[in-house]
Write a protein that binds this ligand. Sequence first.
Ligand code: HEC
Ligand code: HEC
Length: 229
Amino acid sequence: MGAAVVAAVVLAGGCGGGAGKEKGVKVSPQVAAGAHDYVQFACAQCHGMRGRGGVSPFVPALTQVSKVLTAARLRQIIDHGLGESENPTKPYMPVWGEVISKRQVSDLIAYMHAGFPAVPGASPPPVRTDQGQAVEGSALYIKDGCINCHGPNGLGGVPNPQSPDKTVPPLSGADFFKEFNTDKKIEDVIQSGSVIGRAPIVSMPHWGGILSNQQLKALVAYLKTLKRG
Ligand code: HEC
Ligand code: HEC
């Protein structure tokens, strides 16, 4: 992990910048990488931007808790998940161990322990809602981190070695569209997730209470544009 050298000076705001009121902060490359990981893996979509919560009553803010949890405990939570994965009505903390690298988890922990500083550019992609549902859904697929587990264009293939299929399933292709042959079936599984087993098996997170009905429909519209066989 190396010395805590503050090598990058990241300035938000400043003269003439469009970044607004955020104060300039100095963060190390590791903290900056953690801020980007926090967005990429959709931590922000459940726990709020910069760990501030406010997304769902079932998902805690992380700003306070990150100060007291040790690096080892945080690593355990991120790798193995937390909460009642069996209860489909509540979101739980997904199991990330098979998907995120050790280095990325270290970066995430550095970012959390640094107190979630503002890092320019570490923000999710904009989601347009005025160009049709499929366009909205394609942005949500990245913003909500579906792409990390289901691959680009829903092609699948992401390793999940302890699961019966050994990979996270694709969201495209003949088998997918045969099983998920109505919008409702696709919406239901996104909303309630699906528990294949305990960590380190990666299961489908529950997005009910996090994604709105409009967002669920947009994701379905996007998935229906993908390869059918
Ligand atoms: C699908 C929503 C979801 C996503 C995505 C998600 N989490 Fe969580 N997380 C939860 C929920 C729900 C809990 C609370 C579990 C419980 O205690 O019942 C939680 C708990 C936690 C905790 C423990 C908090 C405490 O109060 O003890 C940490 C730390 C955490 N998450 C970090 C992360 C990080 C880092 C990421 C991104 C890699 C992430 N989470 C992504 C839903 C999510
Ligand atoms: C942490 C990894 C992870 C993330 C993030 C994730 N999924 Fe999944 N998803 C899974 C796993 C694993 C399964 C297989 C569940 C099973 O077989 O019971 C699954 C199953 C599904 C299915 C049913 C496909 C099938 O063949 O069983 C759909 C649809 C789906 N996910 C959509 C989404 C969408 C949309 C998102 C983003 C909002 C998303 N997933 C995010 C891991 C993930």
